[in-house]
Design a binder for this molecule. Structure first.
Ligand SMILES: Cc1ncc(COP(=O)(O)O)c(C=O)c1O
Length: 360
């Protein structure tokens, strides 16, 4: 029987050699590989600074700290995101204000505008599934109310809006190197990108125990550092990132062609945006049935995410409002296999199975 995973990481001899060389170098934490990767990440995105950290969750928290979020400060966030986006707001003692989705499953800027209060300090657009949020509209709203923007780019490394990469539209941005992400490490990892010198310096300090120098701690930070073995692997993969994203886009186009005409909503790319298909998410009212049918054929699927963040028990104390579009969406979404390392034959097998399901 075929077995098609949801995602397949790109590990090969070049990456293994880079990791072995890092092991032999005698440097393990925030050494030359990390410094080189930081410079390369900033150059790739077209921004001033990259600060490596232990995960995107850590990156988000560092940025909230650097932005001096005060307890109870309200931060607009789409409810339809991975829980860590909201978790980082809570960990920084901010108050998440949950916003509904637009037609592209990203932050609905009109709904966000209706939720601005005198306590609102910023917003966190999430480029979900690899699709940029409506960045010009986000920037307009931020300018109108004097809010900062923190882009959650965990699922969208290498995506762009017009000629600019995501991660360069707000005060700062957080990226993830979780093994299924577009730029995957062999474990957890993340980065803060920013053109703001002060935010970069503060994040650097906070990720290393608030250190001013070896023995002097200017403030209470935490240990959120990154390591040399992962950085060595990521440097190889960063050189391939655009090609890997092209590959994801080609496979998405193959899905779109193969699945056309079925009673299934396919992902659409918004005008001006370059979607990098971290996930290929279709929509059907028969989601559970379709997932079971594919599972019986050895095809893995996922749901990103079945419980929206505003309905998580962990945030009950914020009394989140109903968000009808999000609540309906999460009942119907299904992620099909997608990564730069899937073959055309695998995508064709998924297409054939989905067509068989609807032909029954
Ligand atoms: C949109 C989004 N934000 C943040 C995160 C957190 O990333 P990490 O696992 O690197 O902490 C994720 C991870 O799944 C994510 O998808």
């Amino acid at each position: 029987m075929t077995s098609i995973p949801l995602s397949r990481p790109p590990i090969d001899d070049e990456i293994k050699q880079a990791v072995l060389a890092a092991i032999d170098s005698g440097h393990y934490i925030l050494g030359p590989q990390c410094r080189a990767l930081e410079a390369e990440l900033a150059a790739h995105a077209g921004t001033g600074h990259a600060v490596l950290t232990s995960s995107a969750t850590a990156g988000l928290w560092l940025i909230f700290r650097a932005l001096e979020v005060k307890p109870g400060a309200e931060i607009l966030v789409p409810a339809h995101t991975a829980f860590p986006t909201v978790e980082a707001i809570c960990a920084a003692e901010g108050t998440p204000v949950f916003v509904d989705v637009d037609d592209w499953y990203t932050l609905d800027v009109k709904d966000a505008a209706s939720k601005v209060t005198p306590r609102t300090v910023g917003m966190v657009p999430v480029h979900l599934y690899g699709q940029p949020a409506d960045l010009p509209a986000v920037q307009d709203l931020a300018a109108r109310y004097g809010l900062w923007v923190l882009e959650d780019c965990a699922q969208a490394q290498g995506a762009s809006w017009g000629p600019r990469r995501v991660g360069t539209f707000g005060r700062a941005a957080a990226f993830s190197f979780y093994p299924s992400k577009n730029l995957p490490a062999l474990g957890d990892g993340g980065a803060v990108l920013t053109s703001d010198d002060a935010i970069a310096a503060r994040c650097r300090q906070l990720r290393d125990h608030g250190r001013l120098s070896k023995d002097v701690h200017a403030e209470v930070g935490f240990n959120l550092r990154f390591n040399e073995l992962q950085a060595a692997a990521l440097r190889v993969l960063l050189r391939r990132l655009d090609a890997m994203n092209d590959r994801r886009r080609a496979l998405a186009a193959r899905y779109a062609e193969g699945l056309a005409g079925l009673p299934l909503t396919l992902p659409a790319e918004r005008e001006h945006a370059r979607h990098v298909f971290h996930l290929y998410v279709v929509r059907t009212a028969r989601r559970q049935e379709l997932a079971a049918f594919l599972r019986a054929r050895g095809i893995a699927t996922g749901i990103h995410y079945p419980v929206p963040t505003h309905r998580q028990p962990a945030v009950e104390r914020f009394h989140p409002p109903a968000l009808p579009r999000t609540e309906r969406l999460v009942e119907e979404i299904l992620s099909l296999p997608m990564s730069a390392n899937h073959t055309e034959a695998e995508i064709d097998a998924v297409v054939a199975a989905v067509r068989d399901f609807f032909a029954r």
